[in-house]
Design a binder for this molecule. Structure first.
Ligand code: 5GP
Ligand code: MN
Length: 329
């Protein structure tokens, strides 16, 4: 894992890249969450207000729950053909693989790459890296950068940034919530962010399907030592008639809520046979390190990785390591 970032971040170097750019490609990480989308859209709007051409992209289509976010339908799942860019910005992405198929090394390696992220496992893969693991969300870092530049924060920028803050803190409940996070949220609300709508649309509402998945997952969950885990095979999805091909319906967040659990894991079989693993830890335990060792990344309390299948082998490979992490606080 990387050494902690410098206390002084390269704000001015990042600002200079933004000021000098004319055509900007913004990339949110694969399977985008509210922070990836919110920080990408906010910076897209800010760049356009500065008179620049800015294209928000993400390999995967945003989940319908983010449909309330203005601009989300503009997020493209492929590079616009024939377009040239002079700056690339990677948001909420801890390594280059998280950019998915959007990042094409043969076209993009020669361009300046600005990395804006808050994952402790970030590999600092940019030309300029603004990485702050003490920030609740990438949105908080984008907010600080826009303020550093004196860019006006419009209501749509504020709403996109507040979406990142609220989703990554699960509405200010997670350990990454600081007094600065709350201060930023107050400011973003005053600037036009809609806390109630974001909370309801992005965190509370869900398809009925996902409740059935959650129920089946909870019913089959195992507790060994202080590690809780569950598996979601594709077959289970088919049996329950769940339309979404990935995701755990919030199961890993439920498993970590039990008193008896220090580390929780959910193994989701993907249509291609790979296994997406979601990890959570109680304060004092670290799943980011485990995820990083397995080629993934994240935060001490919430991380993830993708392993080769089959499902049973992925479980057998990871479970002993998770038990070790649960013993070694
Ligand atoms: P979630 O379980 O909510 O999808 O992810 C928890 C955290 O781990 C998020 O910060 C997410 O970005 C990170 N994460 C999840 N899966 C992966 C992965 O495959 N690779 C990396 N680098 N990070 C991941
Ligand atoms: Mn994030």
């Amino acid at each position: 894992m990387n050494t902690p970032p410098p206390t002084t971040l390269p704000w001015e170097a990042a600002a200079e890249l933004l000021r000098n750019a004319r055509r900007v490609l913004l990339i949110a990480h694969v399977s985008p969450d509210g922070d990836a989308l919110g920080s990408t859209l906010a910076l897209t709007f800010a760049l356009r207000n500065m008179g620049k051409h800015a294209v928000p992209t993400c390999q995967d289509q945003p989940h319908p729950r983010f449909g309330f976010l203005p601009g989300v339908h503009e997020v493209r799942q492929a590079l616009p053909p024939g377009e040239h860019f002079d700056l690339i910005i990677a948001l909420d992405s801890s390594d280059i693989a998280r950019l998915g198929t959007i990042y094409q090394p043969e076209q993009h390696a020669a361009l300046p790459l600005l990395v804006i992220d808050h994952h402790i496992t970030n590999t600092a893969f940019g030309t300029v890296n603004v990485i702050d693991p003490s920030a609740s969300s990438t949105a908080e870092i984008v907010f600080a950068l826009l303020k550093h530049m004196g860019t006006p924060i419009t209501p749509e920028i504020a709403n996109a940034l507040l979406t990142g803050v609220i989703t990554d803190t699960q509405a200010f409940r997670t350990s990454n919530t600081t007094p600065q996070t709350l201060a930023n949220a107050v400011e973003l609300m005053r600037l036009g962010g809609n806390l109630q709508e974001i909370t309801r649309q992005a965190l509370v509402l869900r398809p009925f399907d996902s409740l059935r998945l959650l129920g089946a997952g909870l019913a089959s969950a195992q507790l060994e030592e202080r590690v809780a885990y569950a598996v979601i095979p594709q077959k289970l999805r088919a049996e329950l008639g769940v339309r979404e091909e990935r995701g755990d319906g919030g199961l890993v967040g439920m498993l970590i809520s039990a008193y008896e659990v220090d580390i929780a894991a959910v193994f989701v079989e993907l249509p291609n046979g790979e296994v997406e693993v979601g990890l959570r830890a109680q304060p004092g335990f670290d799943v980011a390190q485990v995820a990083f060792e397995m080629g993934g990344g994240g935060h001490p309390a919430a991380a993830g990785c993708t392993l080769p299948g089959p499902l049973r082998e992925a479980v057998n490979r990871l479970l002993p390591r998770l038990k070790q992490a649960a013993r070694g606080r």
